[in-house]
Design a protein around this ligand. Structure first.
Ligand SMILES: [Zn+2]
Ligand SMILES: [Zn+2]
Length: 145
């Protein structure tokens, strides 16, 4: 019998343990993307999407770096399949960026003032206590907040 060629992805061991959570977040993401956003400011429409993308990356990051619950193979697999953002995770490993919300908030060209988003300013240095950045709706992600 000739072998049937398939495009099936080979899932590394442990995938079945994280699949339900990732599927749930994927479903939420689709919901957020199809949300009509009536009455919301344009920038706000993207906030839930950023938030869920962040959750997915954080989930994978925690499992691998904090809890040691998944193998390197599975971790790499998740990055390759787009379940987590490699660039964002790289930032989380740096001191001062441990809770960074998204990559846009540290891109100087995206900000009218200074080189960083308002949500990156530590709470005790902010004049206003409550913030919501325009990029992802983050209410503060400086380390130590
Ligand atoms: Zn932020
Ligand atoms: Zn952000």
């Amino acid at each position: 019998m000739p072998k049937v060629k398939t495009n099936r992805i080979k899932y590394p061991d442990g995938w079945e343990l994280i699949e339900p959570t990732l599927c749930e977040l994927d479903a939420k993401m689709r919901e957020a993307e199809s949300d009509p956003n009536d009455g919301k400011r344009k920038c706000e429409a993207f906030w839930p999407i950023f938030k869920i993308a962040h959750q997915k990356s954080r989930y994978i990051f925690d499992l691998y770096y904090k809890r040691n619950e998944i193998s390197k193979e599975l971790y790499e697999f998740c990055l390759e399949q787009g379940y987590a953002d490699r660039n964002l995770i790289a930032k989380w490993k740096k001191s001062g960026y441990e809770s960074l919300c998204c990559l846009r908030c540290i891109q100087p060209r995206d900000h009218n003032f200074g080189t960083t988003c308002v949500c990156r300013v530590p709470e005790h240095l902010r004049e206003e206590k409550a913030v919501e950045c325009v990029h992802c709706g983050c209410g503060g992600c400086a380390s130590g907040d």
